[in-house]
Design a protein around this ligand. Structure first.
Ligand code: GUN
Length: 291
């Protein structure tokens, strides 16, 4: 079997088009422009790339983008003061503090200082609790984008066996909650899981979010299963020339694509959906704030 490639890039473009159309309507009918504030502390190169691309796409869908770039040695007090200012700014509907933060800053404290209604990452403890109890919340963008692709491909996910590889607060745990909400039988597997290959082989849906390049080989995949690869790992690519690198996921794409029924590529799978969902969450926050 050769897997169907789930084209996250095209799907994300269609989500952004829908967001842009709704933003235009809100501007026209209510005179309101949704606004997203992104706070970056320090100069982590990967974070700088993400923040730049978030800002560019925010503007492309017609929203206002507010970027706050702070020195790596910014104090917790100063960062909390900025978050508070954004919480009280009616032009800001969504707030995202880029992670990871420098070690001297307490991420939990900062994230939980964000107004939950503006927490477009869905990381605030209130949103985590609302999601866990099946109530209306802000849903973390990467799991939300992954769920949208799964629903689009399968229609109903009810009764499917889903294995989520990885137990992070950002992806693994909320992904498991969302799949449970769609009536999957969910297993969260991690580095201590026994007989991991056998656990993964039982899955109709595999979501890989472990941050380890090409960790899942094709012979772990049940024939016909759907594989969602959340990993974005940069590895050496000597075949492209000296010092060159390339991006790979957490699954070994070539061998998994031979066995799976459907698979997301890296790049061009989950990644673009994450930013599209961030924009969708910002729109949702704006609509909720304005009745
Ligand atoms: N760093 C890597 N991914 C994310 C994300 O989805 N949100 C935030 N705030 N930081 C990140």
């Amino acid at each position: 079997m050769t897997a169907t490639i789930i084209d996250g890039k095209a799907f994300a473009a269609s989500v952004r088009d829908k967001v842009a159309a709704r933003v235009a309507e809100i501007k026209e009918q209510n005179g309101i422009t949704p606004g997203l504030a992104v706070v970056l502390v320090g100069e982590d190169p990967a974070s700088q790339v993400y923040v730049r691309s978030k800002g560019k796409m925010t503007v492309e869908v017609g929203m206002n983008s507010y970027e706050h770039k702070l020195d790596a040695d910014t104090s917790e007090e100063d960062l909390l003061a900025i978050v508070e200012k954004l919480n009280n700014d009616p032009a800001v509907h969504g707030i995202l503090v880029q992670l990871p933060l420098p070690d001297h800053l307490n991420s939990d404290l900062i994230i939980n200082a964000i107004d939950p209604a503006k927490d477009v990452d869905g990381f605030h403890i209130s949103n985590v609790g609302l999601l866990g109890t099946g109530q209306k919340s802000m849903v973390p963008c990467t799991p939300l984008g992954s769920l949208m692709m799964l629903r689009d491909h399968h229609g109903s996910l009810s009764g499917m066996n889903a294995v989520v590889l990885g137990r992070s607060n950002i992806v693994g745990k909320p992904m498991a909650q969302l799949l449970l909400g769609d009536s999957c039988t969910v297993t969260i597997a991690h580095s201590r899981t026994k007989d991991l290959a056998d656990v993964v082989r039982r899955a109709d849906i595999v979501v890989a979010a472990v941050g380890r390049p090409q960790m899942v080989p094709g012979d772990w995949i049940k024939p016909g299963a759907t594989v969602i690869d959340v990993g974005i790992n940069r590895i050496d690519a000597p075949e492209k020339g000296e010092g060159k690198t390339r991006l790979v996921g957490d699954v070994d794409y070539d061998s998994c694509a031979e066995v799976a029924g459907a698979i997301t590529p890296v790049p061009g799978g989950v990644g673009p959906m994450t930013i599209a969902c961030l924009l969708a969450n910002t729109l949702t926050a704006c609509c909720r704030a304005n009745g």
